[in-house]
Design a protein around this ligand. Sequence first.
Ligand SMILES: Nc1ncnc2c1ncn2[C@@H]1O[C@H](COP(=O)(O)OP(=O)(O)OP(=O)(O)O)[C@@H](O)[C@H]1O
Ligand SMILES: [Mg+2]
Length: 269
Amino acid sequence: MTAALEAWRQEERRDLATIEFVDVRKHYHQGERHVRALDGCSLRIEEGEFFSLLGPSGTGKTTLLGLVAGFEAADSGEVLVGGEAVRRPGPDRALVFQAPNLYPWLSAVDNVAQALHARRLPRRQRREAALAQLAEVGLADAAGRHPYQLSGGMQQRVGIARALAMDPRVLLMDEPFAALDAYVRQEAQALIVALWLKRQVTTLFVTHSIEEALLLSTRVGIMAAGKVADVLEVPFEHPRDPTSAEFNDLRRTIHERIEAGVRNERRAR
Ligand SMILES: Nc1ncnc2c1ncn2[C@@H]1O[C@H](COP(=O)(O)OP(=O)(O)OP(=O)(O)O)[C@@H](O)[C@H]1O
Ligand SMILES: [Mg+2]
């Protein structure tokens, strides 16, 4: 990386941010039905944390993420990033979804460079930054390839490179590895841990896999009925051993709490 680029990065580098939800409500209409997607949801994620959300389908995980991203507004309550109310989407909050949504007509490097448009850098520097970012996700050799020439795992890494190239204060990921097969998924998990250890960007990660949440996170939140019903610390150092007794104990505890949430919800209906 050139000195100029490094200086730009330092200068542009914003502080990491907290994410806060204070008694947030958000409902949707589905025909005649009134769905409470978030129902008095409160949560505080510290700067530099890796926080995972688990919970059955329809408990409001994606809704919560969308409010942090600024795609939608809450009906009531507060959504704060770095102590400031979220009003609209912005480059300080980067997103990675299950589908990487790359531009098929652009090469990997141009897909990443495209995300840097808002930075008003000269074209050459944008490209240089995009190449550096691709190298960071292990794709230096694939920079010139188009999405159709990349495997699913590689495409998702381009998606991650695109998100990180923006130097976000907050990284939002909604089941990013759900479509990957087991081995590629493990590689992607190892990459995201390495990147987080290096940069410590505040990360909010949605997954259906208890094991994935325990491999990656500093804390895990369990969603039930539009609330973060439970929060557990993950006290293990990286790299983590999913076969260890402590890991399995915590996996069982989380499994039981998710099940308890499901039972409570059934009873409430
Ligand atoms: N745009 C929308 N219009 C109408 N209803 C919606 C909309 N978005 C979400 N919902 C409803 O709000 C509830 C919460 O949805 P959400 O997508 O946040 O759940 P989720 O926890 O992400 O589920 P999954 O694990 O299946 O992704 C669901 O009942 C869903 O059907
Ligand atoms: Mg979802």
